[in-house]
Design a protein around this ligand. Sequence first.
Ligand SMILES: [Ca+2]
Length: 258
Amino acid sequence: MRTTNLTCLSLVGLTCTFAAFAQTDQVSLPPAPAGKHWRLVWQDEFDGAKLDETKWNRLGDSKRRDGFWIKDDAYLDGQGHLLLRTRKDGDRYTCGAVDTRGKFEHAFGYYVARCQMPKEPGHWSAFWMMCGGVSHVGDGGRDGTEIDIVEMPWRDGRLTMNLHWDGYGPDHQHAGTTITNTAAIDGFHDYGLLWEPDRYVFYVDGREVWHTAAGGVSQVPEYLMLTNEIGTWAGKIQDAKLPDYFKVDYVRVYDLTP
Ligand SMILES: [Ca+2]
């Protein structure tokens, strides 16, 4: 984000406030259907010194997989980013997570987060959506689907996008894909979801990587989640040089309007 702002400043000499607004318009969005256009309906640029808790809940302090979600591990760096930190705290490993449950819940539209993934093994980052209906068995995923816009448990450029519905017990249903994008190992990248009433389309840096109608497509509002989690899916946390960070530059949500 800072790079973009500097570019805007150097090119047109405008204020930071205007540069940030101009950047909002520079997000690459999926093509809008004829007669419609995208409207920004919710965003957090993570500017300022403190996380806006009118938008986000910091999760914890609670056990989560092989570690703990700790509120103090979710904070702003003062340079326009949300940091979800993973660290060793005595004998335990802790990390940060936030969601918008009860604060922003939405169905359909385009959702994008610009993220820099962690480097070290044993923990993974995700940008995803969730609702209570995920646990309802029956009606496929129409009554709620866990939508994993991106998860990166590996450090070789593999990314995975997943859907889960009808609970997490014997009736659990799943669809997913794994892609390789070695560019994702370094720097910030955009992870997007176009959620239409009859399909989902997943994007990395504005490029479609998967589309599906698995589960019949959720028809209910869902909240956003940005999480880091500790577990062996991502390798051995004991081998990690900590602290390590999942950085998020912004989250933006767009709706189609006439
Ligand atoms: Ca269901």
